[in-house]
Write a protein that binds this ligand. Sequence first.
Ligand SMILES: Nc1ncnc2c1ncn2[C@@H]1O[C@H](COP(=O)(O)OP(=O)(O)OP(=O)(O)O)[C@@H](O)[C@H]1O
Length: 229
Amino acid sequence: MTAAVVEARGIGRVLPGPVPVTLVEGIDLSIGEGEFVAITGPSGSGKSSLLYLLGLLDRPTSGTVILEGRDTAEADAAELAALRLSKLGFVFQFHFLLPEFTVLGNVMIPMRKLGGSPEAELRTRAQALLEDLGLGDQAAKLPSQLSGGQRQRVAIARALANRPRVILADEPTGNLDTKSAQTVFDIFARLARETGTTVITVTHDEGLAAQTSRRVNLVDGRLVTPGVR
Ligand SMILES: Nc1ncnc2c1ncn2[C@@H]1O[C@H](COP(=O)(O)OP(=O)(O)OP(=O)(O)O)[C@@H](O)[C@H]1O
């Protein structure tokens, strides 16, 4: 078996307060290279919370997340930010593209942040990513000139900018029509299959979840095996 890319060891997240709120608890997971995983479960079951923990956007209050064999429990905020920038790519329900930047400019933002390559090389790589996602002729446009489905594909290109090991997506099709939603899942499946990128996506769409290679089902913040209560 190949080594895990992302591993959760007994992770839980409790929001402190007079009445503490448990978002997730006791999650053990090991996700390998090129897996395409759907996190499913009823509304409020903790899907987004789990995704944020796996994506190092939030810290567990118990347990730990291991990324490519590295225990992130001791990492400080700057180290977590560096890991997110270089190893992870995020796609959300809303595209969060910067409206004043062109499509190409948006894809180049994480590349510039990471640095280390000449501008011309970044430009070429961003253009190639857009072409790969069927957006080659949209590079000079502003996000406002694109359709919702195209904007989400730009957001995927931006998530792929620094060649992440893992793409984490939170209801990436929640705002899209059926056809655009299918395109997003086709892209994810191809990325996983052809490039070995691990894709972890939250979805409440059963038809889309069925297209992934693995389901992680949550009920009340805990993992359950589908069909077993
Ligand atoms: N900041 C917060 N304060 C209080 N409760 C919260 C907070 N964040 C999340 N919760 C609660 O924790 C639970 C898990 O939330 P989470 O968003 O992870 O669930 P989800 O499965 O992604 O839900 P949905 O499908 O509706 O997006 C929910 O009951 C939610 O209301």
